[in-house]
Design a protein. Structure first.
Length: 577
């Protein structure tokens, strides 16, 4: 095990067991990094309270067991019963060598669960705008993280491809007398949607035909379905173009539109009826989950069938839960959806649990996120007040990055400049989003996100490229230093070793909390720690041959950790910048 915190957790657990007489598997020693030492053990307080003992005395008894002598140069009891640890240099060096020799860089895998991650969710016949950015890239990173630690991840892109708007869209398509590819611009699908909407709002006869077309669609009329399929196929090509540009892993096989659940909707009502949950309220069929009230304090219903007999988002979302648990076999359902949908999803999960569709070990998690704001701290829009097109935003990011790359590396070949510009531009946009706590809003700022200093993707990408340049100057194959046991005599070498060995904890912390920003913080701290090491510890300089291999090993592991960490965020790490 490469992470020293986990390497010592098991022997400490057994030491607590010997001292307390408890079974080892019920003890969690809670070993964490510490500002006052290399690590701190916090388990004595909870155990002492459970056993009615003095926590300092319990901690001292564990130290007297001698379990930490092989790992630490010093241990001391601090405060009410914390144990501060300072690791032996040879122990840390062995852990670094183990991480270096490991393709996973010391990151543990976990018992696999089947996990559905629901993210992105654009609407057919509409363009993707900046409002889709956060769901798409946060969901993509969470899916990557879950896969990396060993889970079986099913990506589901719950596109809006059903419902009332399609009567309007299909009827407009019929009136134009052409197929969807001829009249729907694959770069700007909104023009077609807006034209159909304008006719719907202005023409009552068209409005009536559109509503009749919805009935035909939902009843399975083949002519209507054929036109609907054209619209969906056209939009999928557009989505894929944006996804390729953004560098996310969604493919056609991940699409699960609302239409996929159409046949399941009557069964949702039947299930709720059989569970005794369905009530009739103001002409609609509803469920009243406990604990939800409106502004007046009255019970808040989840409407599952409207008065006219139509279904809605709640019905479809309940069908999703049933399908994901029963057909997909998932035990964890992750919904990467904006914060405004929190109450709706809470009600859906509560009703699904009440109906018996969401029972342990199956559970659902809402990964909520805030909004992207402009410099005025209002919703990010164009100067004309429209939503910012995602494709245009990505294009601008690459263009701005290209100017920065040209200035920084004017001698780089044009084709390489173009490739690096794409990595830097798209990476900057992603990292600016992911490095913020997802539940908070953030201000979109080109200058900040494309800066080569500070907590940005270009800073981390440049740190990785700089390390790669060290090996080019040394004319050395990086693989030759992997598994080397480094010497950790200088404080900066030791600090870098400790930082590298926290990659495992950083990855699992991001996974456990569904918070990629925690991994971003770790990567930024690692890059800064490497800078301090590189400034204080010569690597290739003449006169330092004795430490060269050791320090090159630390350099290589740092580069690989940065590259792997950025990859888990969906960001590429160029070798030259």
């Amino acid at each position: 095990m490469a992470d020293p915190l986990h390497s010592i957790a098991e022997p400490i657990r057994h030491a607590f067991a010997r001292v307390t007489g408890l079974a080892a598997d019920v003890i969690d020693p809670v070993v964490r990094p510490s500002d006052r030492a290399d690590a701190q053990v916090n388990g004595a307080l909870a155990l002492a309270k459970q056993l009615g003992r003095n926590p300092r005395e319990l901690a001292e008894a564990v130290l007297a067991d001698g379990v930490l002598d092989a790992y630490c140069t010093s241990v001391e009891v601090a405060g009410p019963g914390f144990v501060n640890l300072t690791f032996r240099p040879e122990f840390l060096a062995a852990q670094v060598a183990a991480a270096s020799a490991d393709a996973r860089l010391g990151v543990r895998t976990v018992p696999a669960e089947r996990v559905v991650v629901d993210y992105s969710a654009p609407n057919v016949a509409k363009e993707m705008h900046v409002g889709h950015l956060r769901s798409t890239i946060i969901g993509d990173s969470i899916a990557r993280l879950l896969v990396f630690v060993g889970h079986d991840v099913v990506r589901e892109n719950h596109i809006g491809d059903w419902g009332t708007p399609f009567g309007m869209l299909i009827e407009h398509l019929i009136d134009l007398g052409a197929d969807a590819d001829a009249v729907v611009d694959s770069d700007d699908p909104n023009a077609f949607y807006q034209a159909a909407r304008a006719r719907f709002d202005a023409d009552d006869e068209f409005k009536d035909r559109a509503r009749q077309r919805v009935v035909l669609l939902q009843s399975g009329d083949e002519v209507t379905l054929s036109l609907w399929r054209q619209l969906v196929a056209n939009s999928i090509r557009y989505f894929n173009k944006v996804y390729r540009q953004l560098g996310v892993l969604l493919v056609d096989g991940d699409l699960m539109g609302e239409s996929a659940y159409h046949d399941l909707l009557p069964g949702v009502l039947t299930g709720l009826q059989q569970a005794g949950l369905l009530q009739h309220d103001n002409g609609a069929d509803v469920v009243f989950p406990p604990g939800f009230t409106n502004r007046d304090g009255d019970p808040l219903p989840l409407i599952v069938q409207k008065g006219g007999g139509g279904f809605n988002y709640a019905t479809s979302d309940l069908a999703c839960v049933i399908d994901r648990v029963e057909r997909v076999g998932a035990t964890l359902l992750v919904y990467v959806v904006g914060s405004p949908q929190s109450q709706h999803l809470d009600m859906v999960f509560t009703v699904a649990t009440m109906a018996g569709w969401l029972q342990p070990p199956a559970r659902a998690v809402h990964v909520a996120f805030g909004s992207v704001l402009g410099s005025d701290r209002k919703m990010f829009k164009t100067r004309s007040g429209e939503s910012v097109r995602l494709q245009a935003l990505l294009d601008e990011g690459v263009e701005r990055a290209a100017a920065a790359v040209r200035e920084k590396s004017p001698d780089m070949p044009a084709d390489e400049q173009a490739a690096v510009s794409r990595m830097v531009g798209i990476g900057a946009i992603k990292y600016a989003d992911l490095s913020n706590d997802r539940v908070k809003d953030y201000v979109f700022d080109w200058d900040r996100m494309l800066a080569f200093d500070g907590n940005t993707a270009p800073y981390l990408q440049y740190a990785h490229a700089r390390i790669c340049s060290i090996f080019r100057r040394a004319a050395l194959d990086r693989s030759l230093v992997r598994g080397v046991v480094p010497s950790l005599h200088e404080p900066q070498e030791r600090a870098l070793a400790l930082a590298l060995l926290q990659f495992d904890s950083a990855v699992h912390d991001a996974v456990d909390k569904f918070s990629p920003h925690r991994l971003c913080t770790y990567l930024f701290d690692l890059a800064q720690t490497f800078t301090s090491f590189y400034e204080a510890c010569p690597v290739l300089k003449d006169g330092h041959e004795a430490t060269r291999e050791s320090r090159l090993a630390l350099c290589d592991l740092t580069a690989r950790t940065l590259e792997q960490g950025l990859s888990l965020l969906g960001i590429e790490a160029p070798e030259r910048m």
